[in-house]
Design a protein around this ligand. Structure first.
Ligand SMILES: [Zn+2]
Length: 460
């Protein structure tokens, strides 16, 4: 139920006004038997959020599905048309197209695929619109964060890049938007989309080396043309722990905030960077992961928090529920409250889980060296670059659909924010290359980022 009255409460006691986007259907979508990506994890998260009593502190929205026009703001017409038409029943007749758009083992065709994309993307775009309208300080959409999707192809379990679309929405109002990615994989789709602009800074911390997917995100990839030094990459090795992560995340982000001064921040909070992830190889605790969000929250800049990867799903839900609590300034018990998905959290039924004793391959010296390279890039850019707002399509994104229909009138008040009329998005060519194609070679090796056979340890 939407409770817009909370908006005034929030500003009064310094608690942030937090919106939470969730569609109960999300957990029904299924990538197929044995596939590591399981949208069910978002339902698990939601049930923890509800049963920890966190609902009373948020405005809850069910997103409207993103429309074709919404998706076309970034993705090519032909790719979207293909996604709307392809089904498990007709895919045998479209083999060349499947290859062209990179659908297959990693990004399978499954029942309801297009509706799935519309659902998770709808939450991210509408969440960005809520921030634009000044209705909210923090928006959560745990079903979003599909950072690998490209303009004209699927990649790494991602079909539609809801992050790029949300950032485009934020750019209607904010001259500069910062994107931070703490998923263990490089945020390649987002970086690529904004590689040429100085209005979006992308900062990705990720595992690199060997065959680790997607193989991009080198320290030397820093952007091009106007966007030179606005794409930042912090490549890392296996075994990252809380102390190491904090030692780099905090100083880098503080410097980025000081130099870039974004009007809004978008975070991809993939939980495959946690210890014990089925795909990842780091050793972060849930508290360590959460500290990154708490730091971002402390800057009091409009914040869009999205999900991402995360493949040991009982830990993904633990992490995202705990992060929801901390963003709400709530302390929750380490004892998981009794609820229908209790079996996932046995045998201890605790929220926090111990990290492993794996070796951390990152040395203090190597971290310091990479950090210095990032500071060097940051020293090259203009402080807080000014932006000339050009003409374009007015920001007229429709209001998200509040679950409580009786509250919708009050909610609509927020859409009257005149900033939406006064700021218009620059032409899209600013963000993509002149030919409208992709800047980077997207045909490079696409290695699966999981080797383990399907395990049924999450199939409770
Ligand atoms: Zn990932």
């Amino acid at each position: 139920m939407a409770r817009p009255s909370d908006a005034s409460e929030g500003s009064g006691n310094n608690r942030p006004r937090v919106d939470y986007f969730y569609d109960a259907l999300i957990g029904n979508f299924n990538y197929g038997e044995g596939h590591p990506m399981r949208p069910h994890r978002v339902r698990l998260t939601h049930h923890l959020v509800v049963n920890y009593g966190l609902f009373q502190h948020v405005n809850v929205f069910r997103p409207k599905p993103a429309s074709k026009a919404d998706l076309n703001a970034f993705h090519s017409d032909e790719y979207i048309r293909f996604l709307t038409d392809i089904t498990p029943d007709n895919m045998q007749d479209c083999l060349s197209q499947l290859e062209r758009y990179n659908l297959g083992a990693d990004c399978p065709v499954f029942d309801g695929l297009y509706e799935y994309c519309q659902t998770y993307t709808g939450g991210s775009i509408a969440g960005a619109a809520r921030l634009n309208q000044g209705c909210s300080d923090i928006v959560l959409n745990w079903s979003g964060g599909m950072h690998h999707a490209k303009k004209g192809e699927a990649s790494g379990f991602c079909y539609i890049n809801d992050i790029v679309l949300a950032i485009l929405e934020l750019l209607k109002v904010h001259p500069r938007v910062l994107y931070i990615d703490i998923d263990i994989h490089h945020g390649d789709g987002v970086e690529e989309a904004f590689y040429l602009t100085n209005r979006v800074m992308t900062l990705s911390f990720h595992q690199s080396g060997g065959n680790f997917f997607p193989g991009t995100g080198h320290i030397n990839d820093t952007g091009a043309k106007l966007g030179k030094n606005y794409s930042l990459n912090f490549p890392l090795l296996a075994g990252m722990d809380d102390a190491s992560y904090e030692s780099i995340f905090k100083p880098v982000v503080q410097k980025v905030m000081e130099v870039f001064q974004p009007g809004a921040v978008v975070m991809c909070c993939g939980a495959d960077s946690l210890s014990g992830d089925r795909v990842g190889c780091w050793n972060l605790s849930i508290r360590g992961h959460t500290q990154c969000l708490e730091l971002m929250k402390s800057f009091n800049v409009p914040l869009l928090v999205l999900g991402g990867g995360g493949y040991t799903i009982r830990n993904v839900s633990r992490c995202w529920a705990y992060e929801t609590a901390r963003l709400l300034d709530q302390h929750i018990s380490d004892n998981v409250p009794w609820h229908e998905y209790m079996d996932y959290y046995g045998p201890d039924y605790k929220l926090h889980v111990p990290v492993s004793n794996m070796e951390n391959d990152n040395t203090a010296a190597s971290l310091e060296k990479t950090k210095a390279r990032i500071f060097e890039a940051l020293s090259q850019i203009e402080h807080c670059p000014s932006v000339q707002i050009q003409t374009g399509q007015p920001g007229t994104r429709r209001n998200p659909d509040p679950l409580g229909a009786e509250d919708s009138d009050e909610d609509l008040d927020c859409t009257a924010d005149e900033r939406l009329l006064g700021h218009k998005r620059c032409h899209l060519a600013e963000y993509f290359d002149e030919e409208g194609g992709d800047l980077m070679d997207t045909n490079r090796l696409r290695l699966r980022d999981f080797d383990e056979p399907p395990s049924d340890d999450d199939e409770l």
